[in-house]
Design a binder for this molecule. Structure first.
Ligand code: GDD
Ligand code: MG
Length: 348
């Protein structure tokens, strides 16, 4: 069966003040009652025929991850602990090595821990469509139809058909500049969703070819790993891996990529505007979370965590109040929230 590999490494600073370094966004119930990592695990759970998930996370977050899985009554195949975050290529390399050790022909479904998917059955259907090609050694991506020239995503140019619902990837470009992104949208490129379906074998072969230093560090760290409970603590060599994403390290360079175009209500919950976008809106287009109210307000998100929060006579605004911090930001400026975090860090 397919093994979900959940990458849980982001800090989520654009979702401050709710997301914090010690408790980043993937562990928060940002949309409903369950955390984003729980939603991620439940979409492709053993109950739907998937293997037990592997989770790769920071050492500091091990107990949070374990507790969130315990709440779901899901026993992970392993929780790999990184001594230091080195982006997604080393994390995935380590996961593939551990999976291959157990089952040489393992197929991995790589999943970011912080995405929203409105149609989980659609995701499972897309995985089923990609499976024969993943078994045959393709690196399968899931392509989303773009609705804006976002520069924070990877772009995939679909090519010839490789079978039912699967196309070759003619070109993969990670995080293009604005003008290029506009061109790509006009030319029918798809967004790379950041989810991948691939065999551990093909994954490691392509990392060996295009990013050998990543593989070397991952191999050493897995060889020196120590186990306790379901935790697998990667050895110190992991910290020496180049810090690079799988998109730059492999996807831009490989000749073996394929894409399953999928319309599954996908959203990367990277910023407050994306939470407004996918959130449940009232007649005025407001998303209200927690102790939140509005008067004469439109298209805004208001969140109060244990503190009464009211917006009056404003539009396109994000207002988030927590116990020790308040954020007020225009919906157009949400990307700069991470600068606010830096500012506060610098000011001590
Ligand atoms: N364990 C671990 N360690 N996980 C990590 C690390 C790390 O060092 N760095 C990032 N991750 C996790 C993040 O928590 C997230 O769940 C996932 O890997 C993707 O990392 P991001 O940092 O969020 O990547 P991105 O959003 O800039 O870009 C990727 O996703 C886009 C779609 O959301 C790329 O795949 C793009 O091509 C894609 O369009
Ligand atoms: Mg992301």
């Amino acid at each position: 069966s397919v093994i979900p590999v959940i990458l849980s490494g982001g800090s989520g600073s654009r979702l401050w003040p709710v997301s914090r370094l010690s408790y980043p966004k993937q562990f928060l119930p940002l949309l409903g009652d369950s955390s984003l990592i729980q939603d991620t695990v439940l979409r492709t759970a053993p109950a739907q025929g998937f293997g037990a998930p592997m989770i790769v996370c920071a050492e500091d977050h091990r107990f949070i991850v374990a507790e969130h899985m315990r709440q779901l009554d899901i026993e992970p195949a392993a929780i790999l602990l990184e001594p230091k975050g080195r982006n997604t290529a080393p994390a995935l390399a380590a996961a593939a090595l551990v999976a291959r050790e157990k089952t040489p022909e393992s197929i991995l479904l790589v999943l970011p821990a912080d995405h929203h998917i409105a149609d989980p059955a659609g995701l499972r259907a897309a995985v089923a469509a990609g499976l024969p090609l993943a078994r045959a050694g393709k690196l399968v991506t899931f392509g989303m139809v773009p609705d804006a020239p976002e520069t924070g995503y990877g772009y995939v140019k679909p090519g010839e058909s490789l079978g039912d619902g699967v196309q070759a990837v003619e070109r993969f470009v990670e995080k293009p500049d604005r003008a290029t992104a506009e061109l790509f949208v006009a030319e029918g490129y798809l967004w790379n969703s950041g989810m991948f379906l691939l065999s551990a074998e093909a994954c490691l072969a392509e990392i060996a070819r295009h990013a050998p230093e990543v593989l070397k560090a991952a191999e050493e760290s897995v060889a020196m790993a120590t186990s306790d409970l379901s935790f697998r603590r990667l050895g110190a060599a992991f910290a020496e891996a180049p810090s690079i994403s799988i998109d730059y390290a492999v996807m831009e360079r490989t000749d073996h990529a394929a894409v399953v175009p999928a319309d599954i209500g996908w959203a990367d919950l990277g910023s407050w505007s994306s939470l407004w976008q996918v959130g449940e809106k009232n007649a005025d287009g407001n998303v209200l979370q927690g102790d939140a109210w509005t008067i004469g307000t439109k298209n805004s998100l208001v969140r109060g965590e244990g503190i009464a929060t009211v917006a009056v006579g404003v539009e396109n605004l994000i207002v988030v109040a927590t116990e020790d911090a308040v954020l007020v930001v225009s919906k157009d400026a949400v990307q700069q929230v991470k600068d606010a975090v830096e500012l506060l860090k610098a000011e001590g």
